[in-house]
Write a protein that binds this ligand. Structure first.
Ligand SMILES: Nc1ncnc2c1ncn2[C@@H]1O[C@H](COP(=O)(O)OP(=O)(O)OP(=O)(O)O)[C@@H](O)[C@H]1O
Ligand SMILES: [Mg+2]
Length: 314
């Protein structure tokens, strides 16, 4: 965007100043209610929790919701900072770093320091989510030991700060057996004392999640929703061919695409609705292609064809 004034105006309009300003559509039945309870236990006892679960089971939305409750209840803890870790993340990404130009003029002074998300949460008494913490290198994981153990952090050249008493640290990770993750260091593991496991939700909870994420004008019939769930669930049952099955996101995507097709049919007053089987087999092919990870040597297309045959008929 070339126009700086326009950029500033749009940026300020879009800025979320407080976590609780944001509306979060969350379903709290089944495992989510229990997980929220455990997060609250963790907060009251000063123990740091970790959410463990495969991609797309609701770890981030739960943390965001939890942070918003904290924000409503406290005059501090109004911020929610998070960082998704991987091998390229260095401690300076979450702690902050010195601005080279200012440092050149003034040296390593506070003025020259740009705080990272962890340091900001520690100072403000906010919530920090270390997403995919087990993807970070051991070097980066080790930098998190001090905040977890002592609620403090040492910033090179500046000194050691004590965290605000409302500071809260949540870790989230995919289970270790999924490829692409480092192990969580033993030292870090020992400092996390509340392990909250999230998995694919039970049927009625997942159906509620799909419903809540579906725009009003895209409503679909209950029988259609059930079919979508059967397809998603089929990918989760097939642990022989599939390493990572379809997540909640895939079900939401299918429901949205089907909802749009039904909406267009209503708009155009189509007397003859296209059969659900025709619509869904197209949608399944489109969505599942990138939503499941097959085991080595298995073709994703073969899996999809088998699911379509089984659930929707050839
Ligand atoms: N309890 C819930 N209520 C409402 N929506 C949910 C719930 N759980 C998951 N979702 C929806 O499912 C999707 C995935 O959730 P989320 O991003 O929180 O998963 P995640 O576990 O953080 O995934 P990843 O491991 O890929 O980061 C989002 O669109 C979210 O809105
Ligand atoms: Mg996430």
């Amino acid at each position: 965007m070339r126009d700086k004034e326009k950029f500033k105006e749009l940026f300020n309009q879009a800025l979320v100043k407080d976590v609780f300003e944001e509306e979060i559509n969350i379903v709290l039945s089944g495992q989510y209610g229990k997980a929220l309870e455990l997060l609250r236990d963790a907060e009251s006892t000063g123990l740091y929790p970790a959410l463990v679960g495969p991609p797309g089971v609701g770890k981030t939305i739960l943390c965001r919701y939890f942070a918003s409750i904290r924000a409503k209840e406290s005059q501090y803890s109004h911020s929610f900072h998070w960082l998704t870790m991987d091998e390229s993340i260095k401690p300076s990404h979450f702690l902050g770093s010195f601005d080279p130009a200012i440092t050149l003029n003034k040296g390593f002074v506070l003025d020259a320091f740009n705080p990272g998300p962890l340091l900001s949460a520690m100072l403000e008494g906010g919530t920090f989510l270390a997403n995919e913490i087990n993807r970070a290198t051991e070097y980066s994981q080790n930098t998190l030991l001090e905040p977890l153990e002592e609620a403090s952090i040492s910033i090179p050249h500046l000194g050691r700060i004590k965290a605000h008493e409302d500071f809260f640290f949540i870790s989230a990770m995919n289970p270790e057996e999924l490829s692409g993750t480092h192990r969580l260091s033993e030292a870090l593991k020992d400092r996390i004392k509340i392990w909250i496991k999230l998995t694919y939700p039970d049927k009625s909870t997942e159906l509620d999640i799909i419903r809540i994420n579906l725009p009003e004008h895209f409503t679909i019939e209950e029988s259609e929703l059930e079919l979508i769930y059967s397809i998603i669930n089929e990918t989760r049952k097939n642990t022989v061919d599939i390493e990572v099955p379809a997540s909640i996101r895939a079900g939401i995507a299918m429901a949205k695409l089907l909802g749009r097709k039904r909406y267009l049919e209503r708009e155009h007053d189509n007397k003859e609705k296209e059969s659900i089987y025709v619509h869904l087999s197209d949608i399944v092919k489109t969505v599942l292609l990138g939503s499941i990870k097959p085991k080595p040597g298995v073709k994703v297309q073969d899996i999809i064809n088998r699911i379509i045959n089984k659930i929707l008929g050839a």
